[in-house]
Write a protein of this length. Structure first.
Length: 114
């Protein structure tokens, strides 16, 4: 590997950039030397608990209230004559997917043998 072009490029670099590069290199080396070992957690329990909490929130009472509001909005659309079967299908499919998600995933897991 020919380092001469890199050396010429480094020489022709203006002084402020040379200082910035030097400072960046010093900081990088210092951070690499002074860092401590990262201790990974042995289990996935914290991740699982966060995900379980998120699933409980998204399929619990808040989701029920949102589904009720969606059905109410369908009622208002029907009341004003702007209700279509596409909207009805979207609302019904959304409710089925949100509240049936655990059964759907369990079905596919059992079908695949997991």
């Amino acid at each position: 590997m020919n380092l001469q072009p890199l050396f010429i490029k480094a020489i022709s670099t203006p002084a402020p950039f040379k200082r910035a590069i030097a400072h960046g290199a010093i900081v990088s080396i210092a951070l690499a030397v002074l860092t401590s070992n990262a201790f990974a957690q042995t289990g996935l329990q914290p991740v699982q608990s966060v995900l379980q909490t998120l699933i409980t929130i998204l399929t619990g009472p808040i989701a029920s209230m949102i589904a009720i509001l969606a059905v109410i909005s369908c009622g208002f659309l029907a009341w004003t004559g702007r209700f279509t079967w596409g909207i009805a299908g979207s609302v019904i499919m959304g409710i089925v997917l949100v509240f049936g998600s655990t059964q759907i995933v369990a079905f596919f897991q059992s079908a695949l043998g997991h």
